[in-house]
Design a protein around this ligand. Structure first.
Ligand code: ADP
Ligand code: ADP
Length: 241
């Protein structure tokens, strides 16, 4: 599987009721190909277009120019079944593992959700949940817990487990360490690198943190004001290894 991003651009429409504003050009002419087992890091300051690029790669936002191809199929031309397949193949992990959580649900329920949606039966859900917990290095005891009883780092591992539930080929990780304590960031980084090695996962790794991007990435894209100011192998971009 190959995910190709070809000359994508994003211009947000001008805000309603503000007829004088021109709209925002968030991303300009970005191209890359995500190969199996590779990580492309996207770095830039706040407002440089990183999240917009990530959301386009996730098919949550439509490019206003260029195209995104999964195995040659343009995301703009997918039928309903292809959209479902795309969602299975390309999964997000976002910054705040707490946002969007239903705080009343148990961790067992939260992990089961993507499996229920994919029509796994009860037995398969139980088995797959244990496998997923093992993959993110959590013990089965967490299944009985509620989100409020887990640390941010553990909740981010749960979010990663959910993302992995249906065996995606690609993860889009958008500032996934920023909401975590520094003391637990290395653990999540190591987990991702292990998972990648074990499963040949590809990642688009979005971060404003130079050192973490260097550590994670094969190739790096540097954005400034939506424009690519540097793009190349991490070794080229960071000249002193
Ligand atoms: P980053 O992730 O690097 O902080 P973003 O992709 O969030 O950058 O934002 C890039 C630019 O697009 C910013 O100027 C931001 O204000 C604008 N922007 C982001 N999302 C929207 C949106 N939904 N509607 C309008 N403008 C947006
Ligand atoms: P920690 O103990 O890991 O610091 P907290 O329980 O203090 O976690 O919560 C951190 C953040 O999570 C809070 O700022 C809040 O935004 C969110 N949060 C925690 N509990 C709830 C809840 N019951 N409902 C909604 N948001 C919550």
């Amino acid at each position: 599987m190959t995910l190709s991003v070809l000359n994508v651009c994003k211009k947000y429409p001008r805000l309603r009721g503000r007829s004088k504003s021109e709209g925002t050009i968030a991303v300009v002419d970005v191209s890359f190909t995500l190969e199996p087992g590779k990580t492309i890091g996207v770095i830039g300051e706040s407002g440089s277009g990183k999240s917009t690029l990530g959301r386009m790669v996730l098919n949550l936002e439509t490019p206003t120019g260029g195209e995104i191809l999964l195995d040659g199929v343009n995301t703009k031309k997918m039928d309903a079944q292809r959209v479902i397949d795309f969602r299975k193949a390309v999964q997000p992990v976002f910054q705040d593992p707490r946002s969007g959580l239903n705080w009343k649900h148990s961790i067992a329920h939260i992990i089961a959700e993507p499996l229920m949606n994919a029509r796994y039966n009860r037995k398969a859900i139980a088995a797959r949940s244990l496998e997923l917990l093992d993959q993110v290095r959590l013990t089965p005891q967490v299944l009985k817990r509620k989100p409020r009883e887990l640390s941010g780092g553990m909740l981010q591992r749960i979010a990663i487990a959910r993302a992995l539930a249906l065996n995606p080929r690609y993860l889009v990780c958008d500032e996934i360490l920023s909401a975590l304590d520094v003391s637990i960031q290395a653990g999540v980084v190591n987990l991702l690198l292990d998972l990648q090695r074990e499963r040949d996962l590809s990642m688009l790794f979005i971060s404003h943190d130079l050192e973490i991007v260097r550590h994670m990435s094969d190739d790096v894209i540097v954005l400034h004001g939506g424009v690519v100011v540097e793009q190349g192998s991490a070794v080229e971009i960071y000249k002193h290894p």
